[in-house]
Design a protein around this ligand. Structure first.
Ligand code: BGC
Length: 733
């Protein structure tokens, strides 16, 4: 079929070539496929080879391999265009939480950082994810970038993965939905977003050599399902294959991942780019389905440069395959507007407006974990002692290639420079949005003091005298390292001491991911603010004072300790067998009857909600939906996340999230929502028929307040098998 298409395309281009000596890219007509084919037909082999090799950024250390001068400041990578034919360059910028100017200070201007990917996922709100994506895409375009290296959807299978903050949590439906909407938001700016790191790149330890294995059905029902859902919601122009190995092959050489799953099973038509330096061969990678090598210079061999030229000459890679690579790249460039609306470095950025978008996303994702005696929102406290976490200066962000630098301009620079590591995987960056200043502004009648907590002498006495103590605590994480499931340094001891001194101790967590909380039982309140982005300080203050009612729910479980993980020891090296299969996160806990500190889906509000028993509906096409009525019976406006969990014997775990919706309610209001159930979450992957099979038997659905909570289950039975093919997508609402 593909071969026929290429032949037809070549034929059509010959005709075009005969009529016009040369057609510029923007003047081509027809579908993206037709336009791509018309260009390929006019290109020389040398021109085609230009498009399949991406240069390493000029600003990345080390600068041994430099991109041509047309690469843009702060860029992660650069693929030259073909000016003769009007094919623009691909200017690539990291990453998922904002435009991450590599080289930091060298970049031309600052950028707005969204809260972390986990915070976006904690909003459980696709619109928040879309708005965030649209915002960062607009900043990328304003600086002349047209490919955003975003869309991280690796499951938080290993809670200590140092990159979990870039991703969207442990559940395939939530992670895929949020990442997909963020991708769609980015691409609404006439640019391409990647979806990455495909696939099973769930830890940083041994990330270049670790070999992941998983049972076929389990892989489809977990990590691959998350990617598939992100693909159908976001339609990314490109997929970035990962560093790790999968079943013995590097992900960028994996015929299974690239050829079988992505192309044959899912029918995806964009182009695969390698992660930076993750292309390890010419022939194997090219034949498996890698279309573009990125980060040339990071890998010692010039794979898709001279190497591919040689392979074409000796026939080990066919010219048709090169045409296919180039067609896919050009197709995505046409499809997403890169040709018709060429990126220029002349855009304006409205930093105030963008910071407000980031702040709202942070607010939507904050999770109130504990609130004994309704100590929050802060009301009536005359004396407040704020301790630690650099709350007087700003809020923490995550490190590595996704690091968004606040620059020195309108966003004010790194609020706490000099914290180690100051070079890769650092620097540690705090955005200058100080919770303390915002608290003072919002609570003018309270006496608010700040101490950094480094000297604990006499601190307990001071804490005892305050009406309320608020301890800010942090966990930094970064690409290329895994982290402990714990707060950094001595912060646990500090919190424990403050809680002993004053029972009215509130803890605000700025963590990259789940942490243990040995002091959990002794503090009055806990607010998980994640890495909250450029407007994070204000967002935290807004939630603490009640200007905003927290409505986030955990997108990852917080285990009580490492003994509750499938692999309690350090993250593994070498052979990384996912013997837990699809039982990731809450599914593992549920299956093993383990009680975590806080489960997936959990989160409190300043108001109270009721949830009526759900009604099951089936539409004419057999699609199932759950109708649920939720009410707000408290005094404040708030938002409830209705979570529908399905249960069936014989799955990897007792329950699976099968649908969700976030509903805003005024006091006294009630609303009814229809939540479509994704049938793949009632199904098992069937190896024989290569698709999703919902087997006969008993099922139930329940609206729950978290993954492990009780809910009134509504049972139903199926007396005939239902089958959904591998490329099945949830219909658009
Ligand atoms: C990361 C990618 C990133 C790329 C370019 C790699 O180290 O894994 O996520 O997009 O660098 O900066």
């Amino acid at each position: 079929m593909l071969r026929n298409f290429l032949l037809a395309a070549a034929g059509c281009a010959l005709l075009v070539g005969a009529a016009h000596a040369q057609t510029m890219a923007k003047d081509t007509k027809g579908t993206s496929d037709e336009r791509a084919a018309a260009m390929v037909a006019q290109m020389t082999q040398d021109e085609k080879l230009i498009l399949v090799k991406g240069y390493f950024s000029t600003d990345f250390p080390p600068t041994r391999f430099v991109a041509p001068a047309e690469g843009r400041a702060g860029s992660a990578g650069y693929v030259p265009g073909v000016p003769r034919l009007g094919i623009p360059a691909q200017w690539q910028a990291d990453a998922g939480v904002g435009v991450a100017s590599q080289g930091g200070a060298k970049s031309k201007r600052p950028h707005t950082a969204l809260p972390s990917g986990l915070a976006l996922a904690a909003s459980w709100d696709p619109e928040v994810a879309f708005a965030g994506g649209r915002m960062i895409g607009s900043e990328a375009r304003a600086d002349g970038f047209n490919v955003q290296l975003a869309g991280g959807v690796n499951l938080a299978r290993e809670p200590r993965n140092g990159r979990n903050f870039e991703y969207t949590g442990e559940d395939p439906l939530l992670a895929g939905t949020i990442a997909g909407h963020a991708i769609a938001g980015i691409q609404s700016n006439h640019m391409i977003s990647t979806m990455k790191h495909y696939a099973f790149n769930d830890q940083e330890t041994d990330r270049n050599a670790g070999n992941v294995t998983i049972d076929e059905a389990a892989g489809r029902e977990s990590d691959l399902l998350a990617f598939k859902i992100a693909l159908e919601k976001g339609n990314p122009g490109s997929v970035m294959c990962a560093y790790n190995k999968f079943r013995g092959d590097h992900a960028c050489e994996s015929d299974y991942l690239l050829g079988q799953v992505l192309r044959k099973d899912w029918g995806w038509q964009g182009y695969v780019m390698s992660d930076w330096g993750a292309a390890h061969s010419v022939q194997k990678a090219a034949l498996a389905g890698l279309d573009q090598e990125s980060g040339f210079g990071l890998h010692p061999d010039d794979n898709f440069g001279k190497g591919l030229g040689d392979a074409l000459a000796d026939g080990s890679v066919s010219k048709a395959r090169l045409d296919e690579m180039v067609t896919r790249i050009l197709r995505s460039m046409f499809e997403h507007g890169l040709v018709d609306d060429v990126a220029r470095e002349t855009g304006e950025i409205d930093f105030e407006a963008n910071k407000a978008i980031s702040r709202k996303a942070a607010e939507a994702g904050m999770v109130l974990l504990k609130n004994d005696g309704d100590i929050l929102p802060l009301a009536g406290a005359k004396t407040i002692l704020v301790i630690g976490g650099h709350a007087d200066k700003g809020v923490l962000s995550g490190g590595g290639s996704s690091q968004v630098y606040p620059g020195d301009g309108p966003l004010g620079g790194n609020a706490v420079p000099g914290i180690a590591p100051t070079f890769w995987p650092g620097p540690v960056v705090y955005y200058p949005s100080a919770p303390l200043a915002e608290l003072k502004k919002q609570l003018p009648d309270a006496a608010i003091a700040y101490l950094d907590g480094s000297d604990r002498t006499g601190l307990a006495e001071l804490a005892a005298k305050a009406d309320v103590v608020i301890v800010f605590a942090t966990q930094w994480a970064s690409e290329s390292i895994d982290v402990k499931m714990a707060l950094d340094g001595e912060q646990d001891a500090l919190i424990a001491e403050m809680a002993r001194a004053n029972p009215k101790t509130v803890v605000v967590l700025e963590t990259a991911g789940p942490v243990k909380m040995p002091w959990n039982g002794n503090v009055a309140a806990i607010l998980e603010a994640w890495l909250p982005g450029s407007g994070g300080g204000e967002a935290i203050a807004n939630v603490l004072t009640g200007k905003v009612n927290p409505s986030g729910r955990l997108p990852v479980s917080f285990p009580a300790d490492e003994s509750q993980l499938p692999y309690p020891g350090e993250p593994r090296k070498g052979e990384i067998a996912y013997t837990e299969g699809a039982a990731v996160g809450y599914k593992w806990l549920d299956r093993n009857r383990l009680t975590p500190l806080y489960p997936f889906g959990y989160g409190l509000s300043y108001t109270r909600f009721t949830t009526d028993a759900l009604n099951l509906d089936q539409d004419d096409d057999g699609g199932l939906s759950a109708e649920v009525t939720v009410g707000n019976i408290g005094e404040r406006e708030g938002a409830q996340v209705v979570q529908i969990y399905a249960a069936h014997e014989g799955w990897e775990a007792p329950r699976r999230l099968a649908g969700f919706a976030k509903v805003s309610l005024k006091p006294g209001e009630s609303k009814s929502v229809d939540i479509a159930i994704d049938p793949r979450l009632l199904a098992k992957w069937d190896v024989e028929t290569h698709g999703w099979v919902i087997e006969r038997g008993q099922y139930s659905l329940a609206a729950q307040t978290d993954a492990l909570a009780e809910g009134e289950a509504v049972g139903f039975s199926l007396d005939a098998l239902l089958y959904y093919p591998a490329n099945w997508s949830m219909p658009k609402p």
